[in-house]
Design a protein around this ligand. Structure first.
Ligand code: PEP
Ligand code: MG
Length: 841
């Protein structure tokens, strides 16, 4: 080895070893060497050197072996740039041969020496000579006998003697590990984990610390934190007379580390060694600024530190670990924020299927609302309510949901639908109320009449049978899967408060009901960015009033219904203002897609006929007359407001009266009123004139003044393009990217789920555009709308309130475009708060 060859270099505190040239393990070992920790002598081979070995360019073995002195025992371990990308397994005990075996027997005893030799023969045979492990099936458990048998088995199989020259052994080990990395399977595996196509492998050749022999010998791992909970707690195992990660093998008779009532511990067996390992782990945490797992070997009482690995952790532990590191002054608050993946917070906010438990996947669908739930299958909202009354958890299974199912959704533990995508009714409501939801499971054959589901593999699940849905991963599982509880503990709250300190884009919540608003406030949303007023009429008793309004033909009928609606809405808004305690509340005027509010079957028609005291034939005829071929592009939003203006008049009045009511004792409330589905300036003029008139009337009647802000939802491509002529009329523009995505692509938000996964699989879309904002297309409309709107009205406030408001990449886009806030479902508020904070760090 040349002293100055950076590709094959002895690890010292100053040698030129880098993670991107020699891999993460080599770099970590150098850091441990800098800390003066007892790391065995190690040589690092760079990616380039290993690539050369795979291609047949072998290094000078004599030079490579020289630093290890006479007849060393060695091990070789992989060192990829990111440990998650994997690599070939480590090979231990290189250098043992017949002569060395005899010497070693004198030193550590024959049995231990035989064990070392036997292990090497077996691992060399399998990993290097690529022999079938079966050839060692009959080898005795007693190493003194087994060694001879294994050597014979090797020689019989290869018709060659087992290699005796340590240089040959090392050469072959290096070559086989280098080649294994270049194999197709390994390449595909690591690419699936995000590794680039040309990811390199480094190798480290390390002097072996013997875990076998006289005195206290053995190996183990220790970490100072619990990987599941993040609690400060020494965890790991130690096994006497063992090597590598033997102590972690299933069935190993390993010891606890710290004194433990459940069994013997390393602390009792070898208190000094225990104290050393503990101190090393603490030093690593402090100096490497991360909780590390120490991999150690004890050789006749002396502790060697073989490696330090970043402690594996679930999301809950990741939050606790980051917060504890910052609280201990080891990392900054900003760095702690960067160490948690925002989406992973979903794991803390909802129950999850235990990732370590066995699972039986019945089918897959779209992961529409995170969290997991188990329950008995029911096929109707009424059955869900009945199950709730019996105290039984249930999963509501529907082709798709509609307002009639809302009660059932509240009663159910989770929802599964055949149709729909990320912005379908079930998905939006599910996320709003924190209910786990899988939609668009179109591979399942839904047979609601027969009250059964036939799974893709032919298994049948009947009403009353137990299933689990995993709304985080879009899975339907058989039976009752083991779940992990939500954990919104102290560390979570602390991290969130740090996020709020650095964030420069506000996060509001989409909330329609007092319950949503409570969740929004608990998650510290800075107000409500979208209250979909039509959702306030999803409850069964109110649904009829909504339908009456839709049905009202004559203006006196309509006036009568609106009279009844006014106090309901006034009370709704008063509640929201009270709960939000002076935070802004943005109320969207009615935007009821008519088809979501009309009954679809005969039974529904009959019920409505009874409620409205009309003949059934009248109801059926009216429903047919109101039917639209393209309901999402039909009589929605402002189009209803223009054609039946009394409806918006009523809502404006309810908002203003609630404003005065709520401003009595608290801080003055300034409501925001938003007009949906605008596509022309004239629409805004017409609505604005009437709302101003209602405001004047309420001021006159009450003799009291109040302020309000009017805004427009930009959710048609034309509104984005014409933002320049719309913005001067309003105080804010809020981009409704659900409809804007639907209309930009010409994709139905209710039906696209049927082919979306196929489209994504074939790479037509990189991702579902209803899930992750299409920056190139829809994003361009957002930019155009923002620029033209701001140019015409520099004070106009810009925001997003489509479902994309909770998506980290979309938040980055909105911040970049200069938006003031994003608004998303209440349960996504924490994810958005953290994602927004990370953008400033
Ligand atoms: C939107 O279209 O993005 C939006 C927020 O409104 P809705 O989902 O109610 O149509
Ligand atoms: Mg919309």
């Amino acid at each position: 080895m040349q002293q100055d060859d950076p590709d094959i270099t002895l690890i010292t505190p100053t040698s030129p070893v880098h993670a991107n040239t020699h891999g993460g393990r080599a770099k970590c070992l150098q850091r441990l060497a800098r800390l003066d920790l007892p790391v065995p002598r190690t040589i690092a081979l760079s990616f380039k050197a290993v690539h050369g070995i795979a291609a047949g360019e072998l290094p000078d073995m004599a030079a490579l072996l020289a630093p290890f002195g006479e007849a060393p025992l060695l091990c070789v371990r992989p060192s990829s740039e990111d440990p998650d990308w994997g690599g070939p397994g480590a090979v231990l005990n290189i250098g043992i041969n017949d002569a060395r075996f005899i010497e070693l027997s004198d030193k550590i005893g024959k049995r231990a020496a035989a064990e070392i030799y036997l292990r090497f023969v077996q691992s060399y045979a399998v990993h290097v000579a690529r022999l079938d492990p079966d050839i060692f099936d009959d080898v005795s458990e007693d190493p003194s006998i087994g060694l001879g048998q294994a050597l014979r088995a090797y020689e019989d199989e290869t018709e060659e003697e087992f290699p005796q020259d340590p240089a040959v052994q090392l050469t072959e080990v290096l070559r086989s590990m280098a080649r294994a990395w270049e194999g197709t399977t390994a390449r595909l595996l690591r690419q699936a984990k995000g590794a680039p196509a040309d990811a390199g492998l480094g190798l480290v050749v390390q002097e072996l610390a013997l875990g076998l022999g006289e005195g206290e010998c053995g190996s183990g791992v220790m970490q100072l934190v619990n990987s599941q909970t993040g609690a400060r707690q020494i965890t790991g195992r130690y096994l006497s007379q063992s090597q590598g990660r033997d102590a972690l093998q299933r069935g190993a008779d390993a010891l606890y580390l710290e004194r433990d009532p459940r069994g013997p511990s390393l602390e009792e067996l070898a208190p000094d060694a225990f104290a050393h390992v503990k101190a090393y782990a603490a030093l690593m945490r402090e100096k490497l600024r991360e909780d590390m797992q120490a991999e150690f070997t004890i050789e006749n009482g002396k502790v060697w530190l073989l490696d330090g690995l970043r402690v594996a952790r679930n999301a809950r532990a990741a939050v606790s670990i980051a917060v504890a590191l910052a609280e201990d002054g080891i990392i900054s608050h900003e760095e702690a924020l960067m160490r948690v993946e925002p989406r992973a917070l979903n794991e803390l906010l909802h129950r999850q299927v235990d990732p370590d438990a066995e699972r039986d996947v019945l089918a897959r669908g779209i992961a529409a609302s995170p969290g997991a739930a188990s329950g008995r299958v029911v096929f109707s909202a009424a059955d869900a309510q009945a199950a709730q009354a019996r105290g039984e958890a249930c999963i509501l299974v529907r082709r798709e949901t509609s307002p009639e199912d809302i009660r059932g959704m509240h009663a159910a533990a989770g929802v599964l639908t055949e149709r729909g995508g990320m912005t379908s009714h079930a998905a939006v409501i599910g996320r709003g109320i924190g209910l786990p939801c899988v939609v668009g499971a179109s591979d399942i054959h839904f047979q609601p009449r027969r009250k059964q589901l036939t799974m893709p593999d032919g298994r049948v699940v009947k009403a009353g049978e137990m299933i689990t849905i995993d709304g985080t991963n879009g899975l339907v599982l058989a039976g009752e899967a083991p779940l992990l509880e939500a954990a919104r503990d102290g560390s979570f709250q602390t991290l969130m408060s740090w996020a709020d300190n650095v964030r420069d884009i506000a996060v509001r919540a989409n909330a329609d009901t007092p319950a949503d608003a409570e969740v929004a406030r608990n998650f510290k949303a800075r107000g409500i960015g979208l209250c979909r007023t039509e959702h306030m009429f999803f409850e069964a008793d109110r649904l009829t009033v909504m339908r009456e309004m839709i049905f009202a033909d004559a203006s006196e009928d309509r006036a009568a219904v609106l009279e009844r609606l006014l106090p309901m809405q006034r009370a709704d808004f008063t509640d929201l203002f009270r709960i939000m305690q002076g935070q802004p509340v943005c109320i969207r005027l009615f935007d009821p897609p008519l088809h979501e509010f009309l009954p679809t079957d005969r039974a529904g028609h009959l019920q409505l006929a009874e409620a409205l005291d009309l003949p059934l034939s009248d109801v059926t005829r009216r429903v047919e007359a109101l039917g639209e071929y393209n309901p999402m592009l039909g009589m929605r939003g402002v189009r209803l407001g223009i054609t039946v203006p009394e409806i918006y008049d009523m809502q404006a009045r309810a908002i203003f009266e609630a404003t005065l009511e709520s401003s009595k004792d608290g801080a003055p409330v300034v409501p925001e009123i938003m007009i949906p589905l605008v596509s022309a300036r004239r629409e805004v003029e017409l609505v604005k004139t009437r709302i101003d008139a209602v405001a004047a009337a309420v001021r006159n009647e009450t003799g009291r003044d109040f302020a309000y802000r009017l805004g427009v939802m930009v959710e048609t491509p034309r509104a984005a393009l014409r933002a320049g002529e719309i913005a001067p009329l309003v105080s804010f523009l809020s981009f409704g990217t659900n409809d804007l995505t639907q209309m930009t692509y010409g994709l139905s938000r209710d039906d696209a789920g049927r082919f979306m996964s196929n489209y994504v699989q074939q790479g037509v879309y990189p991702e579902d555009p209803f899930h992750s904002l299409d920056i190139d297309g829809v994003g361009e409309l957002l930019r155009i709308g923002a620029e033209r709107g701001r140019a015409a009205n520099p004070d106009v406030v810009l925001s997003i309130c489509g479902e994309h408001g909770g998506n980290p990449e979309s938040i980055a886009f909105c911040r970049d475009a200069g938006f003031t806030y994003v608004s998303c479902s209440p349960f996504r508020v924490p994810v958005a708060r953290l994602a927004a904070a990370q953008l400033t760090v």
